[in-house]
Design a binder for this molecule. Structure first.
Ligand code: MG
Length: 248
């Protein structure tokens, strides 16, 4: 696919690029090192809060209506059931260190944004893109690990479809005083141990084809996962709260 993005969307303020710009340079490809998560599941640190341990979805609900999550659980992972919608944790939390693992479907179907698409939404609002970008070009700000519609990852460190991959994230949510943003959200992301973003300041919540703006919200929120109709799997999801991190 030669033109997977857009040339009619607005310019992202402070940049030379349109939202999902076709012309924005592709992230360089980096082959990640050997996975410690490929066969061996990383065990969470002792102070981690477990959000999904591979056995059940009792801690997860439908984002749309709060009913029990409709995704399936088998063999230690959860898998999107297309059409059941986004799911989110009952747990709500703020600044954190987050770990999760995901795998794109082994059977390659679709291209660009149509291949292995899902997403990890911090506070239910801010997406780290999940996509199969192994030999699958798409618009830069929609690449695997992109802060969707805002920041392409520094590199493309994707493993092959079907292989387990890891996100390690440091998240500091935005702060508001009334309607004013006093501190934008700040995020650091590693994919398979390779740095994609470092202390990147988000411009607002994730949006499609438009420039985003902050709207005030609480300092905690759920973690949500996207149903984009692809059979993406997740496992080993936990976080460590960073309470007091910004006062230290
Ligand atoms: Mg997505």
């Amino acid at each position: 696919m030669t033109n997977p993005g857009y040339d009619d969307t607005p310019i992202i303020p402070g940049t030379n690029w349109r939202v999902h710009d076709n012309a924005r340079p592709q992230p360089r490809i980096v082959a990640p090192g050997t996975a410690c998560s490929e066969e061996i599941l990383l065990s969470p640190p002792s102070d981690a809060v477990i959000l999904f341990d591979g056995t059940d979805l009792s801690g997860w609900i439908s984002t749309a209506d709060g009913t029990p999550a409709g995704w399936k659980v088998e063999n230690g992972y959860m898998e999107v059931v297309p059409g059941t919608g986004y799911i989110q944790t009952r747990e709500e939390f703020g600044d954190c260190q987050l770990h999760l693992e995901f795998a794109a479907p082994t059977e390659i179907k679709g291209e660009s944004q149509g291949r292995g698409n899902s997403g990890v939404f911090l506070m239910g609002l801010y997406e780290i893109q999940v996509l199969d970008c192994y030999e699958n070009p798409t618009y830069a700000d929609g690449t695997t690990g992109a802060l969707y519609g805002q920041f392409p990852p520094l590199v493309n460190a994707c493993r092959r479809p079907g292989e387990w991959q890891s996100y390690d994230v440091i998240w500091e949510g935005p702060r508001f005083d009334g309607d004013q943003v006093t501190r934008p959200a700040r995020i650091t992301v590693m994919l398979n141990g390779v740095l994609l973003h470092h202390a990147t300041e988000l411009r607002g919540p994730t949006a499609h084809k438009v420039v985003t703006e902050y709207e005030p919200h609480a300092e905690t929120g759920p973690l949500a996962l996207q149903d984009h109709s692809d059979l993406v799997r997740f496992r080993n999801i936990w976080y460590r709260p960073l309470k007091g991190y910004d006062q230290a």
